[in-house]
Design a binder for this molecule. Structure first.
Ligand code: IMP
Ligand code: MG
Length: 189
């Protein structure tokens, strides 16, 4: 939870629904992402890892994380879909848009915004493993352990959060709220 002072320094974003709570403020995000960047740099020093961001939610995290990573690395993107706009997973994951870079023999790091049921990540790990990377790890900003339906390993994790639908810092509700510089819970009432 950000302090009163920290809250006052957040610009007044125009929202079409009230925000119930701010779970993680901009300063906490910045500090944690910087630490994660250090961990990733230490883990991959001597290699040029390939960071794969999962569109679109993972993009804000990736762009901050890569500037906190002090070793050379490559980035690429893929898009999967299972939510189709709502707040509940449909359980079916599809690759909507694939990578441009060959992952064979590469040290691959998947950069995800959030691990919820774990279904998306499990599917992605399986699809990427088939392409024979040298190593395959996961870096996720957020995890909701209470929502997990399949066990999935996360090698670098930013924050554990309660089982609530969150928006901001890349995460959307009906494609909106991705621009917020914090992680918040919308008021659906
Ligand atoms: P999972 O397959 O249920 O683990 O969900 C993974 C994807 O669902 C994430 O990469 C997000 O795009 C989306 N998602 C899960 N929880 C939330 C949330 O609280 N807010 C916004 N998107 C979410
Ligand atoms: Mg996502």
């Amino acid at each position: 939870m950000p302090t009163e002072d920290a809250l006052r320094s957040i610009p007044a974003y125009e929202l079409d629904r009230p925000m119930k709570a701010i779970l993680i403020g901009p300063d906490e995000l910045t500090a944690r992402v910087r630490e994660m960047g250090r961990q990733v740099s230490d883990t991959y020093r001597g290699s040029v890892p390939l960071l794969i961001s999962v569109l679109k939610g993972g993009v804000v995290f990736l762009t901050d994380l890569m500037r906190a990573i002090t070793i050379p690395h490559h980035i690429d993107f893929l898009q999967v879909s299972s939510y189709e706009g709502g707040t509940k997973t449909t359980g079916t994951v599809r690759i909507m848009s694939d990578l441009g870079i060959n992952v064979a023999g590469r040290d691959v790091l998947i950069v995800e915004d959030i691990v919820d049921t774990g279904l998306t990540l499990t599917y992605l790990l399986k699809q990427l493993e088939i392409r024979q990377p040298r190593s395959l790890r996961v870096c996720a900003l957020l995890s909701k352990p209470a929502a997990r339906q399949v066990d999935v390993r996360v090698d670098f994790l930013g924050f554990e959060i309660p089982n609530e639908f969150v928006v901001g810092y890349g995460l959307d509700y009906e494609e909106k709220y991705r621009n917020l510089p914090y992680i918040g819970v919308l008021d659906f009432k």
